[in-house]
Design a binder for this molecule. Structure first.
Ligand code: FAD
Length: 401
């Protein structure tokens, strides 16, 4: 492998792994680094208590990489989505049938995606190493990367896919625009008295939304966004009291919550890197941006970053251009930054609207929900946006069957 044509990726989360496969499948030599080993296919133990609501665009990316067949058996397609206001009668229902698609998306546990992408990476010849990037230095024609093991590598391009606390981003000195939401997301996997019927549900309360996401095995994954103090109390409750609290907060929409496993809390912050690229360096996924999980878009945006960067780098290589040169990388940044920013603003708007507001705003909010619910074309537009089917999609994300 020629050191100066290869791409080194720090971080084998879903985004880094997808990028590695997308590049390697286009003939770009890739080294993928992560201190964590990939989960084994079929492993029951979830490595991450979060689940992902994957958009159809993300499904297309995984299809295009040949990973979807291994993900599908454990993924739960959801055909409907219901959103309602705890402080009023307004509600919104999205139905896949109205959009002409078979489902609105899939709920998937991350370890299934990671295992599938690790297997694809092996097929495409991705060199995976259990190691961590500790430092790097950019030179005129290559980047030099140091690893925790003491090894040193050279590459045309270093990609930071190393998550929200990105070491690569910090070492590059890229400033971060941070907004602390002063909220914590409490997640858990629950069993409910009534079946979820493959419907994703979200109840908006003044302290934050509570989502029930259907899993393939009949359980639901919950994401309850609330104040840090309330989250601490929820996490400290014993299982029976936690189940009772969730049952009441959800207005018994699925009857009683019978059991709850894998409880964890995630403090929520919006972060946006001031730049996604520098000479010989690019950031993707949570290393570049984190957003409020209320619409479950984080990993979906990251997969689009990965698909876009792979397309730009592979194209440069085909044309005999330097894949790590700034003009090449700027194309990726221009492509993705605006889209990600727009989604962040939309999430902030929702968060503001559904936060604790005076009675007149609440009335208008409920009226708006009822109105939009009746306007099928507007709902179709919103649904297609949430499904990731609008905008300037990279080739891989258009790979739907
Ligand atoms: C409560 C909650 C619910 C969410 N729900 C959804 C949802 O429904 N849908 C959705 O799309 N998104 C959701 N998200 C967002 C989603 O979890 C993230 O966007 C996604 O995990 C980002 O993936 P990533 O690969 O960029 O980063 P990560 O998953 O954080 O992966 C980073 C990887 O980098 C490795 N690493 C770290 N440092 C180094 C280093 N120095 N060198 C090499 N490797 C390193 C780590 O070991 C890790 O494997 C949610 C987030 C939260 C908090």
């Amino acid at each position: 492998m020629s050191a100066w044509t290869r791409v080194v990726i720090a971080g084998a989360g879903c985004v880094g792994s997808a990028l590695a496969c997308a590049l390697a499948s286009r003939g770009v030599p890739v080294v993928l680094l992560d201190p964590q080993p990939p989960p084994q296919p079929g492993a029951r133990q979830a490595v991450d208590p979060r689940v992902y609501a994957l958009t159809l665009a993300s499904q297309a990316v995984l299809e295009g990489l040949g990973a979807w067949d291994a993900v599908r058996p454990g993924a739960c397609p959801y055909e409907r989505m219901e959103v309602w206001d705890a402080e009023g009668t307004g509600s919104l229902r999205f139905d896949a049938a109205e959009t002409g698609e078979c489902c609105l998306g899939h709920i998937v546990e991350p370890h299934r995606i990671l295992a599938a992408l690790a297997a694809c990476g092996e097929r495409f010849g991705v060199e995976r190493r259990r190691d961590r990037v500790t430092d790097f230095q950019v030179h005129a024609r290559h980047v030099e990367v140091w690893l925790a093991s003491g090894d040193r590598m050279e590459a045309a391009l270093l990609v930071g896919a190393d998550g929200a606390g990105s070491r690569v981003r910090t070492l590059a000195g890229i400033p971060l625009d941070v907004l602390d939401y002063a909220q914590t997301a409490v997640v858990a996997t629950v069993r409910t008295e009534l079946p979820h019927g493959r419907v994703a549900r979200q109840r908006f309360m003044p302290s934050g939304p509570l989502a029930f996401l259907p899993l393939a095995d009949g359980r639901s994954a919950i994401v309850w966004t609330t104040t840090p103090e309330a989250a601490e109390e929820l996490l400290a409750l014993d299982e029976a009291d936690f189940c009772a609290a969730v049952t009441e907060a959800f207005g018994r929409r699925l009857g009683r919550v019978l059991s709850a496993e894998a409880r964890a809390g995630f403090p929520l912050r919006r972060r946006h890197a001031a730049a996604y690229v520098q000479p010989r360096l690019a950031l993707v996924g949570d290393a570049a941006h984190t957003i409020h999980p209320l619409a479950g878009q984080g990993v979906n945006l990251g997969l689009l970053d990965a698909a876009a960067l792979a397309q730009v780098v592979a194209q440069a290589r085909r044309r005999g251009r330097d894949p790590g040169a700034l003009p090449t990388l700027r194309r990726y940044e221009r492509w993705r930054r605006g889209d990600n920013l727009m989604m962040m603003r939309a999430m902030d708007g929702f968060r503001w609207l559904f936060g604790p507001r005076p009675a007149p705003v609440r009335e208008v909010r409920n009226l708006g929900l009822r109105l939009v619910d009746r306007l099928v074309p507007v709902k179709q537009l919103l649904a297609r946006r949430a499904m990731g089917l609008t905008g300037d999609l990279p080739e891989l994300a258009r790979y739907l069957p």
